[in-house]
Ligand binder design. Structure first.
Ligand code: UDX
Ligand code: UDX
Length: 468
């Protein structure tokens, strides 16, 4: 089918490339000429596994780039809107980009079209999009507005798109539901997975993908509710980690004990320095705001946000309790991205903590496998950027682990100990076992577990929280 995707950001670009891999003809529309030029000459602006392969395979064939939205609407039967919905000051989603795109779309309707919300939008958006398009003279029989929320995680967005737990389509007419079923058919009838060049299947995938058809409003709510629930799960385990610290329990053991209950599940129960990224913080705030607008005070979400903020402050206190004064201290920092596997630093707790430490007069030497460039754009002067964990640790008073990159969880601990001025590691992501760190001669702080001290520490001192 002929598909237009508006917005070539983290979602639009992945969606466009994946629709092309399903066999559709895609026009990716953006109003940012720089981005379009970069895409046309083969650049891949975001760090996504398999995206370079898909863009290389389809660029100029099934996937083309344009800045002419009306022309793209005229030649397409479905238009996916994937423009940014950033938070406003008061926390609501800024829908001005969605509105301006809806306005432009209305001028290109030359036959039946399905306009599909891909961006995360509040529950009443589809009604507004419909109103805007009607107000600009479109024939009500000539279009439908649908919702098809994305559940893509950064770093694994292509796999999440092509091996989804479920495809949710929200439609208010059978006609538009049929069109969207057809678009995803290669995934729902399994034919995509038989292709020799299909993207490798992840271990947890359940194929073929189930499709869930709901009303448009329900689909819009499913997205906000999913993200808010996942954020709540993270804040819940972070709160339990705080309790573990005060009673000297071990949060990893608690996670294992509760996560084996199939109703809870072990995923998204990793305690740390709190969630970040361009979605959870924004979507929890937006969900809270839209619930209030619709007459429901969703106070639980206030607590999810409060715990998340508090988690960062607790980590800062942990750094102070390890080092006493921070002024003039040399801190090695591992990780700047908001999570492992991505170059994105939007709402990154690591960036927040680095800024706070710099403000207290520390010197920061940071290493991140992918996010250094984006960090340099916003914080060039005050940090020393290096190219390995060992360089970040060199001569440092302590090493801070702020992002859960795979490579940070299997460092050469002997070499690390030699590089550090003092063998102190403050781990915001629980990548190591406290006893192993003690055995390797480190004083090791982490989240929801007792601090461990080097083996052989003088009697009377606290070893792993107990009297040595
Ligand atoms: C966006 C939303 O921010 C997110 O909440 C939702 O879950 C998915 O869509 P993202 O892809 O990261 O996420 O947005 P962004 O990176 O801001 O990219 C949006 C793209 O749309 C940009 O390339 C921008 O140039 C383009 N755009 C924006 C248009 O083409 N036209 C516009 O009017 C506005
Ligand atoms: C999230 C949702 O998972 C995805 O479905 C939605 O479409 C977009 O938002 P993303 O923000 O890319 O995806 O990353 P995710 O893997 O969910 O992590 C979000 C944040 O939570 C990161 O800062 C991560 O470090 C943190 N996190 C995640 C935890 O602290 N603990 C966990 O157990 C999981």
């Amino acid at each position: 089918m002929r598909i237009a995707v508006v917005g070539s950001g983290y979602v639009g670009l992945v969606a466009g490339a994946c629709f092309a891999d399903l066999g559709h003809d895609v026009i990716l529309v953006d109003n940012d000429q720089k981005k379009l030029a970069a895409l046309r000459n083969g650049e891949v602006p975001i760090h996504e596994k398999f995206l370079p392969e898909l863009l290389g395979r389809h660029r100029g064939q099934r996937l083309n780039f344009s800045d002419d939205l009306q022309e793209a609407v005229r030649v397409s039967s479905v238009i996916f809107v994937a423009v940014g919905t950033p938070p406003t000051q008061s926390g609501e989603a800024d829908l001005s980009y969605v509105e301006s795109v809806a306005l432009e779309i209305s001028g290109g309707i030359n036959g039946y079209k399905v306009i599909v919300e891909k961006s995360t939008v509040p529950v009443y958006t589809s009604e507004w999009v419909r109103k805007i398009i009607l107000r600009n003279g479109a024939d009500p029989e000539m279009f439908d507005v649908a919702s098809n929320p994305e559940f893509l995680r950064e770093g694994t967005a292509v796999t999440d798109f092509l091996f989804p737990d479920r495809i949710v389509i929200g439609c208010d007419s059978e006609r538009s539901a049929e069109v969207l079923r057809k678009i995803y058919q290669p995934l729902t009838d399994g034919t995509y997975y038989e292709k020799p060049d299909a993207i490798p299947q992840p271990d947890r995938a359940s194929i073929p993908a189930p499709i869930i058809v709901t009303s448009t409003k329900s689909a819009e709510l499913i997205k906000h509710a999913s993200n808010a629930f996942l954020a709540m799960k993270i804040s819940f385990i972070n709160a339990v980690a705080c309790l573990c610290e005060s009673v000297e329990a071990n949060v990893n053991q608690v996670v294992h004990g509760i996560g084996t209950d199939s109703r809870i599940g072990p995923r998204f129960l990793n305690p740390g320095i709190g969630y970040g990224g361009s979605c959870f913080p924004k979507d929890v705030m937006a969900f809270r705001a839209v619930a209030r607008e619709c007459g429901y005070e969703f106070r639980l979400l206030d607590e999810v946000m409060r715990i998340n903020e508090e988690q960062r402050q607790r980590f800062l206190r942990k750094v102070r309790s390890a080092l006493w004064t921070l002024r003039g201290k040399n801190l090695g920092v591992l990780g700047l991205a908001f999570k492992g596997g991505t170059d994105d630093i939007r709402e990154s707790p690591a960036i927040f903590l680095v800024q706070a430490l710099l403000q207290e007069g520390s010197k920061v030497t940071a290493y991140d496998p992918a996010a250094t460039e984006r960090t340099q754009e916003v914080m060039n002067s005050s940090i020393t950027f290096v190219n390995s964990a060992y360089e970040a640790a060199h001569n440092a008073d302590a090493l801070l682990i702020l992002t859960e990159w795979e490579e940070f969880s299997n460092l050469d601990l002997k070499r690390l100990r030699q590089e550090l001025r003092y063998p102190i590691v403050i781990d915001g992501r629980n990548l190591y076992d406290p006893d192993v760190m003690a055995g390797q001669g480190f004083t090791y702080y982490s989240v929801g577990r007792a601090t461990s001290h080097p083996d052989g520490v003088p009697a009377g001192a606290l070893k792993n929280g107990k009297k040595a």
